[in-house]
Design a protein around this ligand. Structure first.
Ligand code: URP
Ligand code: ZN
Ligand code: ZN
Length: 461
């Protein structure tokens, strides 16, 4: 299959220009003015943007969590991602405490192989660190193409490791060229605030928010940065929500440290007033919770200051029936919301179209930086000769409305119901094949490939 995209405005993290793009088999083969190729398919991209397929490095597909499973699996989740212009996701494998990383890897391979439509990779969540696991960490980097290790400073008893384990993990990961990522919130503080609220009969979703004040995230982010500094390990803080946590990272940069930061579209666009809607607030029960307008402003600035390098989603959907597990107790509401499909369009509409970020910054934070930080660049994350032909043709002016009636995520409500956005994914190409055209997915389960990742020790962004 060969595809010629004519007259589009090509956007990379570095520049934007009008040109043609020629794709042969799974790679980008030529970029230039007035290209003359006899292609199987020609796409007229006049007045359209042409940018690299989005990479969402924070999704949870078919994940066991809080007594249930997230409702999108690899098939429905990667299909929805493609509809929104995200061609690759990085999901989280969860080690079961007391069991091995290899067993966890096998479990996640069964979930994804033959099912994924879009490309994917895995972060390995280390929930129980010891000498045997240390050996497995090295094997994951050297043999399995998994070079990022997720840690939790919260969810005690299921996922959390202590600071001693964290430091030992960082030492091994640094030595072998990997990266430690973190859910940075103070688990002990949060658990005690939850217990106090429950004792006092404060059981509505609002108290999920009130049990995780900004300080719990700021403190843990600073502590994580200090441990990175002590060990010399590169690190990445997932789903950052607030000014206080960002300031902890700003301080770390004065020590010339590499602490990468991801925020998510919901923290840039939604705020904590949504928790005042009685049980409907459960739609946005996620951890950390939505914050204040001043935090949104800090995060947008952080993107432009280069302190926030990546915008993901933390996609972790649950059906309304599942959310109702916490009808009488906010602490039993499964944490997470559906977002994988909307990231590229929402960030474009609220970011580029509202003048908050530039086009090149948009590509940088939605695709290129994730590819660089997680060891896949330049195969993924850019429009360049020799790169995988993962390409989005995007109409920057088309207006549409998000709704559970029309979205493709396996979730019976939307956290963005009725939200109007400007900018729409039109055609999506994944490794040289048309994935989305005329709002229809053309690829079948099993097309999506596992993308092994390289060492992350030489990250330059
Ligand atoms: O609420 C969330 N974020 N659910 C998914 C698990 C996590 O902490 O990322
Ligand atoms: Zn988390
Ligand atoms: Zn998450």
């Amino acid at each position: 299959m060969s595809i010629l995209i004519k007259n589009g405005q090509i956007v990379t993290a570095a520049e934007t220009y009008i040109a043609d793009l020629y794709i042969e088999k799974d790679k980008i083969v030529a970029i230039g003015k007035n290209l003359e190729y006899n292609a199987d398919k020609v796409i007229d991209a006049t007045n359209k943007l042409v940018f690299p397929g989005g990479i969402d490095p924070h999704v949870h597909l078919d994940m066991p969590f809080m007594g249930t499973y997230s409702s999108d699996d690899y098939e429905t989740g990667t299909r929805a991602a493609l509809h929104g212009g995200t061609t690759m996701v990085i999901d989280f494998i969860l080690q079961t405490q007391g069991d091995s990383l290899h067993n966890a890897l096998k479990t996640w391979q069964k979930k994804s192989e033959g099912k994924a439509i879009g490309d994917y990779s895995y972060h390995m969540a280390v929930t129980d660190f010891n000498d045997d696991v240390a050996k497995e960490v090295v094997e994951m980097i050297d043999e399995e193409g998994i070079s990022s290790f997720k840690t939790f400073m919260a969810y005690k008893g299921a996922l959390m490791i202590d600071d001693g384990q964290m430091v030992q993990l960082m030492k091994v990961v640094k030595k072998h060229g990997g990266l430690v990522t973190v859910h940075a919130t103070n688990g002990d503080m949060i658990d005690s605030l939850i217990a106090k609220n429950r004792q006092a009969g404060n059981l509505s979703p609002l108290y999920h928010y009130l049990s995780q004040p900004e300080v719990t995230e700021a403190e843990a982010s600073g502590r994580f940065a200090d441990m990175l500094h002590y060990t010399g390990c590169p690190g990445y803080i997932v789903h950052m929500t607030c000014e206080g946590a960002l300031n902890a990272v700003r301080k770390a940069t004065t020590r010339n440290q590499k602490v990468f930061v991801e925020t998510c579209t919901q923290y840039l666009t939604l705020d904590a007033s949504l928790y005042e809607k009685d049980f409907e607030g459960a739609k946005w029960v996620m951890s950390p919770p939505l914050r204040e307008k001043k935090d949104q402003a800090a995060l947008w600035s952080g993107i432009n200051q280069g302190l926030v390098q990546v915008v993901g989603t933390d996609h972790c959907p649950f059906m309304w029936e599942q959310k109702k597990m916490g009808k009488d107790d906010f602490s039993k509401i499964p944490n997470g919301h559906p977002a994988i499909e909307h990231r590229m369009e929402l960030l474009f509409s609220e970011g580029v179209n509202k003048g908050r970020i530039s086009l090149t910054k948009y590509v940088e934070v939605s695709s290129t930086n994730a590819a660089k930080i997680f060891g896949m660049y330049p195969r993924k994350g850019t429009i360049a000769i020799g790169s995988d032909a993962d390409v989005v043709v995007f109409d920057p002016n088309k207006e549409h409305t998000f709704s559970a009636e029309t979205h493709h995520m396996n979730c019976d409500y939307s956290g963005y119901e009725g939200m109007k956005v400007k900018g729409k994914t039109e055609t999506v190409i994944l490794r040289g094949q048309i994935a989305i055209e005329n709002e229809d997915c053309k690829l079948n389960p099993g097309y999506g490939q596992f993308i092994p990742r390289g060492k992350t020790s030489k990250i330059v962004i």
